[in-house]
Design a protein around this ligand. Structure first.
Ligand SMILES: Nc1ncnc2c1ncn2[C@@H]1O[C@H](COP(=O)(O)OP(=O)(O)OP(=O)(O)O)[C@@H](O)[C@H]1O
Length: 373
């Protein structure tokens, strides 16, 4: 399986920049999730990798071979890829075996090799014995497995999956995610998976590429994205994270000293001195009776996952609502003091405190300098 490289790849549709200078490299056998909000350019990146779109700029390489860019363009059928769509795209009148066999016939495999290959992939996807069924005799999950088996049968270099679980219910989706993980490790193939569902991406992928407005915000492992977001957008998008504006006073050896309002905090991070963001999750907040880092007021509670997810609005700094699970019902308006036990400090980056860029990129955060009231 090849290493996949995109180097400053761009694609415009008329005057709309759908993909804007995306560069990434993933190693052989990786499971890459392209994750981002609707319209962020994920599917267009997948189609560019497949050869279903031609980039306007940049290049795409499988190992050292340029498949698109610099005047070169390898058509989809020559790229050695398998594609799985959310619609399955199975031929309804053909049996499972017939659906899988079609691509093998086109590939010129002899009947005996075809039969052996079909049995092999049916076993891999857990459908041994169902080769004579037709698509309407299968469940949604089984149909998606046939689509995957059909892609695997031709032993492609890359398997590209475009929201393959979108048509399945939540329970089946979880089961299929586990299946994808199992099949990925069994085959050692490189998978690229498009999804707008971060739980899906984080559960299944070895690498996650977060996209926004056609740009790559960050490429990292799921753990790194969660713990060390590279931009305010990633911090807020992953794990329902929150950001608060801070002033970075010192930054050394992966630690930063920051001012959050009038509170001095020492936090992990990697930010230049100046304005920055403190990124954290609900699990990093703890309620205390006094001496908290953040003074807030309770604005609402929702019963979720066995506890009361409590939304609290900072009262002494100009920051967004933060949320944490609490055990008791509390009247709205009650003052709540919070300690921030962990987090990650980043520079103001492309989302700034002052020029409104942050609001354009996320509706959940108000921009603004820390106001000391
Ligand atoms: N063939 C096309 N012609 C014109 N605009 C297009 C075309 N394909 C995509 N776009 C536009 O490019 C942008 C990115 O589309 P894309 O499908 O890549 O996003 P996405 O992140 O996969 O979104 P979703 O999760 O909704 O599928 C969208 O605004 C879309 O309308």
């Amino acid at each position: 399986m090849p290493r996949l490289t995109l180097s400053t790849v761009s694609k415009r549709f008329d005057d709309f920049q759908a993909v804007d200078g995306v560069s990434l490299t993933i190693p052989d056998g990786a499971f890459l999730a392209l994750l981002g909000p609707s319209g962020s350019g994920k599917t267009t990146v997948l189609r560019l990798i497949a050869g279903l779109e031609v980039p306007d700029g940049g290049e795409i390489l499988f190992d050292e071979t340029i498949v698109a860019g610099h005047g070169a363009f390898l058509p989809p059928e020559k790229r050695g890829i398998g594609m799985v769509f959310q619609s399955y795209a199975l031929w309804p009148t053909m049996t499972v075996r017939g659906n899988i066999e079609f691509g093998l016939k086109v590939g010129g495999l002899k009947p005996r090799e075809r039969a052996a290959r079909i049995e092999e992939v049916l076993k891999v996807v857990g459908l041994a014995g169902l080769g004579d069924r037709r698509p309407h005799e299968l469940s949604g999950g089984q149909r998606q497995r046939v689509a995957l088996a059909r892609s695997l049968a031709t032993r492609p270099n890359l398997i590209l999956l475009d929201e393959p679980l979108a048509n399945l219910d939540a329970h089946l989706r979880e089961a299929m995610l586990a299946e994808f993980r199992r099949i990925h490790s069994l085959t050692g193939s490189t998978f690229v998976f498009v999804t707008h569902d971060q739980d899906e991406a984080m559960a299944v992928a070895t690498h996650v590429a977060v996209m926004d407005h056609g740009r790559l915000e960050q490429l990292a492992t799921p753990e790194e994205l969660y713990r060390k977001p590279a931009s305010p957008m990633v911090a807020r998008f992953i794990g329902r994270g929150r950001t608060l504006p801070v002033r970075v006073l010192k930054s050394e050896g992966g630690r930063t000293r920051v001012m959050l309002g009038q509170q001095l905090l020492d936090m992990p991070g990697n930010a230049p001195v100046g304005y920055g963001w403190l990124c954290f999750h609900a699990s990093d907040l703890k309620r205390v009776n006094e001496g908290g880092h953040l003074k807030t007021e309770l604005v609402g509670q929702v019963f979720q996952n066995g506890s009361l997810l409590s939304h609290c609005l900072p009262t002494e700094i100009d920051g967004d609502v933060v949320s944490l699970p609490l055990d008791e019902r509390i009247a709205p308006g009650t003052p709540i003091e919070l300690v921030i036990t962990d987090g990650w400090v980043i520079g103001e980056g492309r989302g700034t405190h002052s020029n409104g860029d942050v609001t354009r990129r996320s509706s959940t955060c108000r921009p603004g300098v820390i106001s000391l009231r």
